[in-house]
Design a protein around this ligand. Structure first.
Ligand SMILES: Nc1ncnc2c1ncn2[C@@H]1O[C@H](COP(=O)(O)OP(=O)(O)O)[C@@H](O)[C@H]1O
Ligand SMILES: Cc1ncc(COP(=O)(O)OP(=O)(O)O)c(N)n1
Length: 266
């Protein structure tokens, strides 16, 4: 069994952050490890408040995992402040996991910031270089390239510009598009399109967390980057299609649809 480490904030309503990551990793037949960066009071209706875990405790969590268990891939989500980013970047450089997927979480669906403005530069300088894959959504990519993105051509250009910041590959996610949900991957050489239908649904909380964790798990399982992204996109699409109606706001995707369906637990 492959071991995949999620480094992320919490979501007590279970749809995003560490909970989404661990469910996704398990749904891919991998063993889920996790390190918490921030404790977040949120639910399907939004983020209420959060507290960052002290950097020394993040470092201690990472040492505890890496010194004990081989880590086949890492997914990094909410990192919120410069000190958190610096300690994670240092530990990744120290332990050198084979794959590092970075989801540059900046703002939650409800509009609440999960990355302090002063942390944007540190993220760009210290976490993006060395990432196997960076997975910004369109608003996050706009922040990174400092220009608006409205067309597929804009997404391609942004992916190439962000790769120039040091990530080996960049996947711009199209969940914020209205006409479709096409994602575009720049693998360092060429762009690959992952077309997708835009589903009108409230079951989209944590789609970005789930997608990046699914890619990390697929890479750990030995898939190529393009196959890892293709399978991850299908997983999230099916999760949205079969989203359970949980909570009063934007609910989670169904992380275990295929498994539950097979054993008749639907
Ligand atoms: N309404 C939707 N219909 C179909 N696919 C979606 C929808 N919303 C998100 N996705 C897919 O979910 C993944 C996460 O995308 P996105 O929502 O843009 O990320 P984030 O959650 O970080 O904002 C992408 O593969 C995207 O295409
Ligand atoms: C702890 C935590 N991390 C990340 C997010 C954002 O989740 P994401 O999958 O990017 O998408 P939305 O659910 O915001 O669309 C979060 N809410 N909490």
């Amino acid at each position: 069994m492959k071991h995949v480490l999620s480094i992320a904030g919490t979501d007590p309503s279970g749809g995003a952050g560490a909970a989404a990551d661990c469910k996704t990793i398990c749904a891919h037949g991998c063993f889920a490890l996790n390190t918490i960066t921030a404790v977040v009071a949120q639910n399907t209706q939004g983020v209420r408040e959060y507290m960052d875990v002290p950097p020394s405790l993040i470092a201690a969590q990472l040492d505890a995992v890496f010194e004990d268990i081989p880590v086949h891939a890492v997914k990094i989500g909410m990192v919120s402040v410069p000190e958190t980013i610096r300690v994670i970047a240092a530990k990744i450089a120290q332990y050198k996991p084979p794959f590092t997927v970075v989801d540059p979480v900046m703002v939650a669906t409800g509009g609440q910031r999960l990355l302090a403005p002063e942390a944007e530069r540190v993220l760009q300088e210290e976490l993006i270089p060395g990432a196997t894959l960076l997975t910004p959504n369109i608003p996050e990519a706009e922040v990174l390239v400092r220009r608006p993105i409205s067309t597929l051509d804009d997404m391609e250009t942004a992916a190439r510009m962000i790769a120039a910041m040091g990530a080996k590959a960049v996947l711009i996610k199209g969940g914020h598009r209205i006409e479709d949900a096409t994602d575009i991957l720049y693998d360092g050489t060429q762009c690959h399109y992952f077309p997708g239908k835009h589903i009108e649904s409230t079951g989209t909380h944590g789609t970005g967390c789930s997608l990046s964790s699914a890619v990390a798990a697929n890479l750990a399982r030995g898939l190529s980057l393009t196959a890892a992204v293709k399978e991850a996109k299908t997983y999230v699409f099916r999760g949205i299609c079969h989203a359970p109606a949980i909570g009063k706001g934007h609910g989670p995707i169904h992380h275990f649809y295929d498994l539950y369906h097979t054993v008749g637990w639907e």
